[in-house]
Write a protein that binds this ligand. Sequence first.
Ligand code: ZN
Length: 151
Amino acid sequence: MDQELRELYQQVILDHNKSPRNFRKIDKHTNFAEGFNPLCGDNVDIYLILDEDKIIDISFQGSGCAISKASASLMTSILKGKTVEEAEKIFNKFHLLVTDKLGDNPDIEDLGKLAVFAGVREFPARVKCASLAWHTMINALHNKNEKVVTE
Ligand code: ZN
């Protein structure tokens, strides 16, 4: 990984860990799911307000490492106002990004700041930290009640 990306990665993680966006409970949520990553001890709750197929509001709560928190923070920032279909598309791309399956010249413009999570590929043990909130968000979109547990 080049130096610039590494610095950007650390900067974004630190920023979102220190002041997480959308870190609150939505009392009148329409959708909810919880997730747990036993490898690291990360917990995340995802709250959503869906109007038809549009994400009107999204927030998270929980406790965990800087990467899991920053990932949830960035995710909620980017998904607010998106449709369910768009959210699933972004999830798929994010998942390919962190598992290093995007290929050589990926089009990651729609990922915005999430692109810095390419940095997590250097730390395979942290991929589950980075993707926990996303798997949980997908369950919340479909209001699945079983807890997401990364294996
Ligand atoms: Zn973690």
